[in-house]
Design a protein around this ligand. Sequence first.
Ligand SMILES: Cc1cc2nc3c(=O)[nH]c(=O)nc-3n(C[C@H](O)[C@H](O)[C@H](O)COP(=O)(O)OP(=O)(O)OC[C@H]3O[C@@H](n4cnc5c(N)ncnc54)[C@H](O)[C@@H]3O)c2cc1C
Length: 447
Amino acid sequence: MSITEQKTWGIIGGGMLGMTLALRLSQKGDQVTIFESAEKVGGLTSSWEMPTGANGDKITWDRFYHVILMSDLNTRKILKEIGLENDLRWVETKTGFYSDGKLYSMSNLIEFFKFPPINLIDKFRLGLTIFAASKIKNWQRLENIPVADWLTKWSGKRVFEKIWLPLLKAKLGDNYKNTSAAFIWSTIQRMYAARKSGLKKEMFGYVTGGYEKINNEFAKHLKNIGVTFKYNSKAIAVNKQINGNLILITSDNNTCTFDNVISTLSSRESVKIAPQLSDSEKQQHEAIKYLGVICPSVLLKKSISPYYVTNITDNWPPFTGIIEMTALIDKQETKGNHLVYLPKYVNPDDELFNQDEKELRQLFLGSLYKMYPNLSEDDLLFWGVSKARIVFVLPTINYSKKVPGVTTSLGNYYIINSAQIINGTLNVNETIQVAENKLKEILKENE
Ligand SMILES: Cc1cc2nc3c(=O)[nH]c(=O)nc-3n(C[C@H](O)[C@H](O)[C@H](O)COP(=O)(O)OP(=O)(O)OC[C@H]3O[C@@H](n4cnc5c(N)ncnc54)[C@H](O)[C@@H]3O)c2cc1C
C-alpha cells in the first residue's frame, strides 16, 4: 500500500472492541489512535487489586468474571496473534443449583435426573427444551416470540415457574416480559458450546494472569505495530469540518483531526458526542435498552463450593448467581485464597447504583452468609463492588430489525458496539466478531 492511500482513524474506547478494530486497521497499513477515558485499556475486562491481608500483599484479577470457551475461536485467534496462546488453561468445571434453600450439583446427566426440585416428567420436558434450543438454527423465527411463552410451551407451566422464571428474573428483572426467545436460544447455544466434548463435560478456559495480562499484551502489541494510545482522554465531541474530515475533541481539551472515527461506546453515548447527527438516527440509537450490573468481588480464606457457577432459583438472594472463580483458575493466581463474584443484573437506573458500599455489603454478604452458614466475617479478606450501568442490550422482540447500522449521516463517523450482537450473548468472542465483521462492511464501502 502506498503512503498516499494511508488513512487516519480515531477509535473511541480502548476495550476489546476498540483494540480489535485498531489491530485490523493498523495491520492494513492505516494510522490509528485509540482514545480511552480510563488510565488503561480493557474496559469491562479490566482488573483491579485486592488486598489479601494485613501484610500489604495483594492479588490482581478481573473486576468482572470472565471465562473463555473452546468454541471462542475469535478470542483464541487474537490470543494467538498477541502471543498468549500457550498461556491458555482448560479446566473441567462443575455447575451448581441453589433451590429451596439447598445446593445441588447439576454437572452431568445423572445429577440432572437426581435433581429433586422437579419430578421426572418435568425433568424430561426441561431437558427437551434445552435440547430443542440447541438444535434450532433459524433463530430469527424466535425473535418475535416472548421468551416466557416459548419456554412455557416447551417446558410446561410448572417447570417455567419453578426453574425458568426465577432464572429469567435474576438475569433480566421484569424486562423478561419484553425479551424474545432468541435470548434463551443464544444462552443455551453458548452453554452447549462449553459442553461439546464427547463426554459432555463442561470445559472452561482462562489465561494465566487473567485479563490484566491479555489487556497489557494486547496494548503492547498494538503499540509495537504503530497504534497511538491517548489515555485519560474522554471523547466529548466529534464534529465534521467543511473539508470532510472529523475533529475529535477530548475532555482534556485536545483536538485531533481524522479521516474516519469509529465509536465503540454504547449507542446512547455514541450519538451524544456527535451533535451533527440527525434527530431520527439519534432516536434510533437512544431507543436501545441496556442492562447494567452490580458485581461484588469477595476474597475468602476458604472455598464455598466446587461450582464455577451456582444458579439460583430461590427468589430472596439479591444476586443473580454465584461465580466461584477459583473453581476455575489455579489458586496460585489468588495466593491460595478463594475469589467469588456475586453479580446482580439491573436496569441502568436501578436504585442499587445509589446505595453506598456499606448497604450493599450488608445486603450481598448478609445473603451469602445466610446461604452458606459455615461462612463468616472471619473468612473474609476483601470485599469490593464493581458497577457498570451499561453492559448488555436486552434482546427485545424483533431486536434485529431495530439495530441501527454502523454508518451514520456524517459519512465517516461510524458506530460499532455490542448492540450489534444480534444472535448471541455478550461476551468477548462475540465482541471481537462484531468488530471484525462490521469493519469489513465499512472498508468495503470505502473502497
Ligand atoms: C459481569 C460481566 C461478566 C462477563 N463475563 C464474560 C465472560 O465470562 N466471557 C466473556 O467472553 N465475556 C464476558 N463479559 C463480556 C465482556 O466483558 C465484554 O464483551 C467486552 O469487554 C466488551 O468490550 P467493549 O470494548 O465492547 O466494551 P467496553 O469494555 O465497555 O469498552 C469501552 C471502553 O470505552 C471507554 N470509554 C467510555 N466512554 C468513553 C469516552 N467518552 N471516550 C473514550 N473512552 C471511553 C471505557 O473506559 C472502556 O474502556 C462479561 C461482562 C460483564 C460485565
